[in-house]
Design a protein around this ligand. Structure first.
Ligand SMILES: Cc1cc2nc3c(=O)[nH]c(=O)nc-3n(C[C@H](O)[C@H](O)[C@H](O)COP(=O)(O)OP(=O)(O)OC[C@H]3O[C@@H](n4cnc5c(N)ncnc54)[C@H](O)[C@@H]3O)c2cc1C
Length: 371
């Protein structure tokens, strides 16, 4: 660390992305300072579903790599992180969606993802709470779940990470100004403050995408896998209008997490009754018994969406000393380990474990203005 610097690296944001980057850097022996304003972040609001998604090759590469890293880390995670390798069951309501399941199956198999097509009868044997008459599904064996806020805390307990409650009001390359006026400097600054990233860097094309969630009382054993309708693939990427899709996750506590909704154009954290009702109705269509269960809390959160749905990971091309790890949309818990590995490899000028190109910030910000 050079004179005048408070750490080798300053990380802005202690959500799952900032925490994963900080942990990976500290494990390389760097002194890391994590600054967090204590704002309600997506990590605390989300579902913590760890899933391989294959809408495009870059999404598949990052999610598959990251899932592998989560499975390797699982044994080291404390119980409080509530990791389970319970798999995802994608649900096909009709023949058309079954065709989507089949093409997904072929694509994932070709990339070495362990998965299995399941017919309608076998589906209900595996998950008797599902309604009759579904066409079938696709089971992804290596997917899982975890409790993301606790996992971020665990990552930050690594030696060499200092944490400070502070809001950054300005970023200037490798220097940050806190809202008390103090400037702090390091070799590098990593921006990992989720949906607030564009407050510090207005040039970033990050938009909030609102989501609703509900959690039920404890009903152990109702379902085993995380159940997601295949319509999720289209609704999750529906760029403009509000959308919902059935997404039901069994928590280790016996509770059920019910999602998912997506809305652009709102920054209001209020739960909206019409949207919650629409989301729950969709879930009940797949699992009728849900209607009898007691929902104990509903809330919202904001995903940090980039125009192509992929995160921005790498050096800011116009602000030397500033590195970006932002724009993880609805997949940031899943892709945190891959993001951290990509970022660290670039910082150390090493060959990254997967091609960094699709996630580089210059695809939106233009070519670097420095060598
Ligand atoms: C409803 C919903 C469901 C989701 N479900 C899933 C899922 O099932 N699986 C999955 O993989 N992903 C899911 N996600 C997405 C995932 O939660 C996010 O991609 C991920 O948590 C982003 O983490 P982050 O660290 O980038 O941001 P955040 O968790 O938002 O953390 C950002 C941090 O930055 C801090 N901060 C902000 N501005 C400043 C500042 N100026 N100075 C200092 N600190 C600052 C905040 O206090 C906050 O702690 C979901 C998201 C939502 C909203």
């Amino acid at each position: 660390m050079n004179a005048g610097q408070v750490a080798d690296v300053i990380v802005i944001g202690a959500g799952i992305i900032g925490a994963a980057c900080a942990q990976a850097l500290a494990r390389r022996g760097l002194q890391v300072l994590v600054l967090d304003a204590g704002l309600p972040g997506a990590t605390a609001a989300g579902m913590g579903h760890l899933l391989v998604l294959d809408d495009n090759p870059a999404e598949l590469a990052l999610s598959q790599y990251s899932l592998q890293r989560w499975r390797e880390t699982a044994a080291a995670l404390p119980d409080s992180c509530a990791y389970r390798g319970n798999g995802t069951l994608w649900l096909a309501a009709n023949a058309e969606e079954m065709a989507v399941a089949q093409s997904k199956y072929l694509n994932l198999q070709a990339h070495g993802v362990a998965c299995e097509l399941v017919g309608g009868n076998a589906l209900r044997q595996r998950e008797p709470a599902l309604r009759e008459g579904l066409e079938g599904g696709l089971l992804i064996h290596g997917d899982g779940i975890l409790y993301a806020p606790e996992t971020a805390r665990w990552m930050l307990e690594t030696a060499n990470i200092q944490q400070r409650r502070a809001r950054v009001s300005e970023v200037e390359g490798n220097r940050v100004r806190l809202d008390d006026g103090h400037w702090l400097q390091a070799e590098a600054v990593i921006l990992a403050n989720g949906v607030q990233a564009s407050e510090l860097c207005p040039e970033l094309p990050i938009e909030p995408k609102k989501g609703h969630l509900l959690i039920t009382d404890r009903y152990p054993g109702k379902i085993t896998h995380t159940l997601v309708e295949l319509g999720y693939v289209t609704s999750a990427h529906n760029a403009s209008g509000p959308s919902t899709a059935c997404n039901i996750q069994p928590r280790p506590t016996g509770q059920l997490f019910i999602g998912a909704s997506r809305q652009f154009g709102s920054r209001d954290p209020q739960v909206e009754g019409w949207m919650l009702a629409r989301m729950l109705k969709r879930a009940v269509e797949y699992m009728p018994g849900l209607a009898q269960l007691n929902g104990i809390r509903a809330w919202t959160g904001f995903r940090a969406a980039s125009p192509d749905g992929l995160p921005l990971v790498g050096q800011h091309p116009q602000r030397q000393g500033l590195w970006l790890a932002v724009g993880h949309e609805g997949l940031g818990v899943t892709t945190a380990p891959g993001t951290a590995d990509l970022l660290v490899a670039q910082l150390f000028d090493e060959t990254p474990p997967l091609a960094a190109q699709p996630y580089l910030p210059q695809r939106f910000l233009g070519e670097p203005v420095y060598a």
